[in-house]
Design a protein around this ligand. Structure first.
Ligand code: NAI
Length: 214
């Protein structure tokens, strides 16, 4: 496929296309028109065509999109055609919830280890993966090919721990601590703020109430 610069906005929408296409694939649907996909996803058909035209040649006039092909190609763009090994730093509420969520494995994200500083958690197993102490982190990273570290520790510790991770060769951080990490350019950081999504929900509630005179 031709390499092109794809806008961040389009990339941001790809996981949703991927999810819907995966569901269609599971349901045995082989092809779908942009109109039908549009109804399913509540996105305009022209938006879908515009987004998917970025990758060229996915849709054919009068035929629609080949679901499997599109799913595979979007998967490749999202790097889901490769396996990703990850660890979780901070085995508290959120760290354990993430570790318990087995569906990430289906997309090729394999949880290899959980780390914490709380000795009471040492050896506790989550989905068969024991919590290790931070003292063991460097040795563990030396012997395991880990690409991603999820940070689910208190904000006050995030910068210090991120530096340790980077010094040990971690190249990607899935950051849940509410703090910005200033890391070298070759380290990829994706920060998650569930509260952003909740605020969006709150905004939509307010808008709905205004429109309906409540
Ligand atoms: P928690 O207190 O249950 O878990 C934090 C864990 O980190 C504890 O087990 C603690 O022992 C461990 N820890 C502390 N210092 C550490 C260090 N230096 N190295 C390794 N482990 C260390 O807290 P919870 O509820 O799991 O939240 C974790 C973090 O995630 C917090 O910073 C919280 O603000 C954040 N959070 C972020 C969300 C988001 O949407 N981004 C949503 C919920 C929580």
């Amino acid at each position: 496929m031709e390499e092109r610069e794809i806008s961040r906005a389009v990339i941001g929408r790809l996981p949703r296309y991927y999810r819907y296409l995966g569901e269609l694939l599971d349901a045995g649907v082989e092809r779908i028109s942009s109109n039908d996909l549009s109804k399913k996803m509540s996105v305009t058909a022209s938006q879908i065509r515009q987004d998917l035209n970025n990758f060229g040649g996915f849709g054919q006039q009068g035929y629609g999109y080949n679901v499997k092909y599109l799913y595979t190609e979007i998967g490749k763009i999202l790097g889901l055609n490769r396996e990703h090994n990850m660890i979780i730093i901070g085995a508290g509420n959120l760290g354990q919830a993430l570790a318990n969520y087995a569906s990430f494995e289906k997309s090729g994200f394999h949880l290899k280890g959980l780390f914490d500083v709380n000795p009471r958690l040492e050896g506790v197993s989550i989905r068969g993966i024991p919590v290790r102490m931070m003292d063991d982190l460097k040795t563990f990273l030396k012997h395991n090919d880990i690409e991603i570290a999820a940070l689910t520790i208190p904000k006050s510790k995030a910068i210090e721990v991120a530096d340790i991770l980077v010094a040990s060769g971690i190249k990607a951080i899935w950051n849940f601590a509410h703090t910005d990490l200033n890391l070298p350019e070759d380290v990829i950081v994706e920060s998650v703020h569930l509260s952003d999504s909740l605020m969006k929900l709150s905004y939509n509630i307010s808008r709905y109430n205004e429109e309906h005179g409540k």
